[in-house]
Structures are given as structure tokens and as C-alpha cells.
Ligand binder design. Sequence first.
Ligand code: SF4
Ligand code: MG
Length: 465
Amino acid sequence: CGVFGVVGVADAANFVALGLHALQHRGQEAGGIVAHDPEQGFNSARRFGYVRDNFTKASLMETLPGALAIGHVRYSTAGSKGATAIRDVQPFFGEFSMGGCAIAHNGNLTNAAALRRELIERGSIFQSSSDSECIIHLMARSIQKNISERIKDALRRVEGAFSIVAMTRTKLIGVRDPLGVRPLVLGKIGDGWALSSETCGLDIIGAEFVREIEPGEMVVIDDTGINSTRPFGPQPSRFCIFEHVYFSRPDSILGGRSVYETRRQIGVELAKESPVDADLVCPVPDSGTPAAIGYAAQSGIPYGMGIIRNQYMGRTFIEPTEQIRNMGVRLKLNVNRALIRGKRVILVDDSVVRGTTSRKIKDMILDAGAAEVHFRIASPPTAWPCFYGVDTPERGKLLAANMSEDEMRDWIGVDSLKFVSLDGLYRAAGEAQGRDAKAPRYCDACFSGEYPITPSDMIARGFEM
Ligand code: SF4
Ligand code: MG
């Protein structure tokens, strides 16, 4: 998901709509905005579909006045997969004795099922199926006198990944979980401030990037400025390395690193680790493009656009049902036959999850007359599900959980298949020595199976680490 907030500028909701549009790649199912105006109070709008189709109409934006607003774009992860109801669309809102609070959450809480049971037993009335709603109910049970203290109380009880943007009548609030698994950045716009999942959300509104919200940090922003606190005990950060591989936009800067540069460097590492004699390096667009550029530069093999992407399709993976995803590959990608015919082709993609995408692309490339097909993957084999906000399927459906690399190559049906090593990925992400096995700098659980936060709900349901 993507979260965004603005305080201290007229018509804040317009800026939030723009920010969410730039973060659309983080969630395409639905979006919501809450704004506050001293005369009209809180107003909200929640809609299915793209931000640009819902939040540019004057009629809708006119109902969201005020100089303070937050928003959310949704992509359903663990919980109510696929069947998103409008009641699951954030921001969520709660009325407390000291006023209202809206909250937008990116990430996944790993103890939400247990918390929900406990809260329902004690009288909470849940409105949605979302893990994030627990935070509002935990806030309601807090005895603290102001809202930001209540948010702290609530967040000390949750486990998992959270980058949160919240608002009261007068304050914009941002928090990151102690490990900083999901991103959150701070920007300056005029006399006001903005919070965004990624820096590309600041760029679109002309805000200046100030800094990241630190792992475990909470910022409370109002007329008087920024107040920063550390509600949780200090822990070494574990940013999601998959944000660099796939999830974030390549024009964003995360953890002080250009996402594009990391991806290009992964391609360089891949070419060093797994060279092959071929005529053409082709990306699987768009997510494989920077790595393919790096692979071509390092190997000296020409780069070409052998697969053309239909720009009017969104991210296929993010389609919640398997059926739509299967159709999606053909709707989204087509082979550039004139370029491919007779060539030995290296295809570079970001990841293999179920393997269905790779298999279909291989079919298309061979149909177009390629002489050989070699897959190079810009991440290690995805052998473990993510419980922190990326929608990977259960272990049984992950190709790499069930097959060796050679078996995957044969199942996909290509001449060779190689993944970047975990060390190579870390080098590309700025760790010259590769992965420090004792204290890895990133979360890489979907590749290593080492979960930095115990997924307690999943363990209670029988998941074995
Ligand atoms: Fe990111 Fe993978 Fe960790 Fe999930 S498990 S947070 S996708 S690195
Ligand atoms: Mg892709």
C-alpha cells in the first residue's frame, strides 16, 4: 500500500490526490482521502479503482476542504484478499473524547488476528476485515490524554510492519515500526509539510525531500513545527530489500539509495555471477528494465526491447485473483517479433514467484522464433511468503519452495535460469561485503526464510518457519 499526508497548505486533499497518484504502483485496488477543515470538520471519500479516476473530479475534491489531509492506496495483503469491500478501504477514522483521528497504514500486522479476538471479546465493534483497524480500537482503550500518546500506546501492542500516516484536527503524524520495514519520507512544501511512502510522491507536488522518518520514530507536525520521539526500544533497522527489487518506483530514493541504481547494479552482479553467450538482453518490462540495462552494460551484449508493454495495464501481480493474473500477462505484454526472431535472448525479470509469468513469457518468445531463451532473475529464489505487507502466496504455491533451480528451469522450459545470489543482491543494495549473516541490514525473509519479526498469527495457524 501507499500512504501520504499534507499539513499547512490550502486544499491539502488536492496534494494528497497527486501524491497518491504517484504512489499508485503500491496499490491499485482502491484509494481514500480524509481532510479536515476548521469549519466543516472531518470529511472523507473512499473509492475503488485508480486515484486519477476518482479524485480529480472537482465535485469530489470540493467535499474535502482544509489544510490538513491524509490518504491511502490499497492493495490487499494477508487478510481480505481480493474481495476488498469499501469498508476495508483506508484511512480508518475514530472519534475520541479529545477529537477525531484518521489513520492510514502501510505494512502488515503479524499479531492482528490475536488482537482482534481479544478486542472483540472486550466489546470492540469492528467495521472492516483489515488488520489496521486494530490500531483504532487499541487507541480507544488507551487512557492517555492526547491522541499521539494513544497512538503510541496502540503501536506498542502491535507486532509487524507499519509505516503510518495519521491526522487529528490540527496535527499530521507519521510513525515507522522499530525495524523500519516499510518506507516513509518527510518533505517540505511551502510553509507546510508532507509525508509520503516514497520520494516520488514528494516530487509530484513539488515538495523538497527533507529526510526519512527513522525506523522506530514518530513525528507529530503542526503549526509549531515538528516534534520527534522514539516510542519503541532501539533496534537495528531491517528495511524490506524487496522494495529495492520490485515494489518501489525506480525514481525513488530509499535508505539514501536510488532504487534505479540498486536495480541496475543487480543486473551488473547477475552478469558477473551468471554470464551466458547470447545476442540480446531484454527486460521483462517494467520491473526488469533497470537490471537488464545493468546486465547489458556489464556483459557487452546489446540491450533491446524484445517485449513491449501495454501502458494501459496496471501491475499484473497486484491483481488479486489468479484468473485475472493469468490473463494479465497477454493483456499487458507482447513480443517484438522483428527483433527476437532467430536470436539467443537473455530475459531479465525482477522475480519468480509462482512461475506463471515466466512460463508464459517464454512461450511468447519461442513463438516469435527465438533461438534460445535464458532467464536471469534480479532477486534470489522467492521461497518464503511475506507477512509484512507484500502479497506473496502461501509456501505451497511458491515455485522455489518446491523445486530446485534446475527443476524450475525445466518447469519453465528455458535453456538456462539463474537468480542473483543473496550476497550479490546485498552488494547491489550498497553492502560492499555482501550479506552480514549475523546482522543482515535488510529484511530478506522471502528469500532467506529468516523472519525478523515472528509471524505469530501465522504460526498459530500452523505455519512452520
Ligand atoms: Fe520485503 Fe520479503 Fe521481508 Fe516481505 S519478506 S518485507 S517482501 S524482504
Ligand atoms: Mg514483472
